[in-house]
Every structure is written in C-alpha cells, then in structure tokens.
Design a protein around this ligand. Structure first.
Ligand SMILES: [Zn+2]
Length: 161
C-alpha cells in the first residue's frame, strides 16, 4: 500500500473561509489494460509509487499555496459546468478559465494531455462523471511527448516533469 494514500482525495485542500467547504473529488487516471479500453482507475490502483508521484505533482500545480487553493476551491464549486471536457483543471485554476483544451499535439486524442498543459508544463486533469459522481482524471502526455518514459515516470505525465 501507499503511505500517502489517505491523501488521494483532495480533502487535504481545506479552506475554512470557503462557505460549504470544498467538494472532494476522487483523483484517478486512465490506466491502460492489456486488453480492452483504457478505464478510469483511482490513483491508489496504480503500480508502485506512481500514484504518489502524480498526486504530489497535482498539489504542486494546483494547491501548493493559498492563491491556488482558493482558485481550486472556486473550480470545485462550479465543476458541474465543466464536464464537457473543454477546460481542464489547469485552464480553470491557473489560467482563470481563459482558453479551451485542444488536442492537436495528441492528434485529436482527447484522452491525452491537452495542448495548454503541454505548453505550460503542468498536469492535465479533466473533470468528468464516472459511476454517477464527479471525478478528476489525470491524462498522460501523448506518446510522442513522453521521452520514451513509461507511465511510472512523471515525465510521461508532465513536460520536463
Ligand atoms: Zn490540460
């Protein structure tokens, strides 16, 4: 088991001044299986330290200081408006909602990191409904941008990670 996995949910991002608190969204990723489609899996299902590494990067990118936590909190309260997948968490939290996720570098594969996250070197996290609850899904870089690294390396998730 992973020592840090009580932190898998975003409940550590607690802003007492925010009325109603911040909804907790489970964070997962698309884990490719030997056969069949890629499926959402909680970070805790990933092999080895991969989940911890991705989670640590999530905190750095979106919750490491008060300003980011405030922006993240605002995003969570409006998450229902962002289920179409055209704005990832990076755009909502770090770009003040300006821009849309495009997937030219991924050759149109929207189950990969978006162009904005590749350019800004941040984790691409999409918001979606899985098993009838809102969840976050961390998208891997397009294969061509992983520098040959496997998914257990942060370099497969964040540019120059
Ligand atoms: Zn993105």
């Amino acid at each position: 088991m992973h020592s840090a996995f009580h932190k898998t949910d975003v409940d550590v991002i607690d802003i007492p001044s925010t009325p109603g608190g911040i909804p907790i969204f489970e964070i997962g990723t698309l884990a490719s299986r030997a056969t069949g489609p890629e499926d959402w899996q909680p970070l805790s299902n990933l092999d080895g330290e991969t989940g911890d590494i991705i989670y640590a990067r999530f905190i750095i990118d979106f919750a490491v200081d008060e300003l980011k936590r405030m922006a993240y909190g605002r995003m969570t309260h409006n998450a229902g408006h962002h289920l179409s997948g055209d704005k990832c968490v990076n755009i909502l939290v770090r770009q003040e909602g300006c821009g849309r996720s495009t997937f030219e570098k991924a050759r149109g594969n929207f189950r990969r990191a978006c162009d904005t996250c590749i350019r800004t070197k941040r984790l691409c996290v999409q918001i979606g409904v899985i098993d009838s609850s809102i969840k976050l899904c961390v998208m891997p870089l397009p294969e061509a941008y992983r520098e040959g690294k496997a998914l257990d390396s942060i370099a497969a998730w964040v540019m120059e990670g």
